[in-house]
Design a protein around this ligand. Sequence first.
Ligand SMILES: Nc1ncnc2c1ncn2[C@@H]1O[C@H](COP(=O)(O)OP(=O)(O)OP(=O)(O)O)[C@@H](O)[C@H]1O
Ligand SMILES: [Mg+2]
Length: 238
Amino acid sequence: MRKLSEVLKVENLDAGYGALKVLSDINLVIKERQAVVIIGSNGSGKTTLLHTITGLIRPYRGRIIYKGEEITHLPPHKKATKGIAFSRGTVFDSLTVSENLDIGTYLSRNVKKTTPTNVFELFPVLRSRLNQKAGSLSGGERVMLSIAKALVSNPDLLILDEPSAGLMPKVTLTLIDLFEKLKNEQKLSFLMAEQNVRMIKGFADYIYVLSHGRTVYSGGAQEILADEQMLRKAYLGI
Ligand SMILES: Nc1ncnc2c1ncn2[C@@H]1O[C@H](COP(=O)(O)OP(=O)(O)OP(=O)(O)O)[C@@H](O)[C@H]1O
Ligand SMILES: [Mg+2]
C-alpha cells in the first residue's frame, strides 16, 4: 500500500493573545484522508490552535507546513484558496442560504462559480431553503450550512471547531456518516476540535489531547479512547 502523504504539519508552535501565551510547543501531523481530533478541557487551547492554523492568529514561534509549503504567516483567505477550509459553525444570518454558499464558492480554487450539486445531495434540506435567510434556520441547519459553505470551496483539509455542538445525537450520527464519505470518496482530511465522545468514537483516526496549551497525549484513536483514566484527565483538566 502507498504510504499516506502528509497534508499538514505543525512544528514547535507557540501562540496566544498579546502577552497571554496560550499554546506551547505544539507539534501535529495530518495525513491524507486522516481525521485528526483535538480534545481537552474548556480553555485548554483547542480553538486557539485551530485559529492559528487557519491564519486568524499569528503564531509567536513555529512553522505550519501545508503539502510541503510553508504557510505559517499567510492570511486566512490565502490559506483557503490553497485548500484549507474552516467551518466556524457560524453563518451570515442576514444573507440567504444561497448567498452564504456563494461566499464559500468565492474562496474556491475552482474557476466554476456554481454551487456544486453534491452539497445538496449531502444536505438536501438546504436546497429547499435557498432563498431563506440563514438567521431563520434552526441551529442544526445552520451547522449544516456552515459545513456546506466550507465544502463548496472544494478543500483538501476541512477544519471544524466542535461541529456537533448543539446538534441532536441523531444529526451527529448523520454528520459522522457524511464526514466518512467525504474522507473516502473525496480524499478529504479533517482537523477537528471536539468534546463529544460519540462523534470522536465514530470518526477520529488520531487524537491529540491538549492541557493548558500543551499536548499531553497523542496517539491512535482506539488507543487513546481505551484509556479511561487519561480521558477523564483530558476532560476534567486535572
Ligand atoms: N480573544 C482572546 N483574547 C484573550 N484571551 C483569549 C481569547 N480567546 C481565548 N482566550 C484565552 O485562551 C485560552 C484558551 O482558549 P480557547 O478558546 O483556545 O480554549 P478551548 O480549548 O477552545 O475551550 P472551549 O472548550 O471552551 O472551547 C483561555 O484561557 C481563553 O480565556
Ligand atoms: Mg473552543
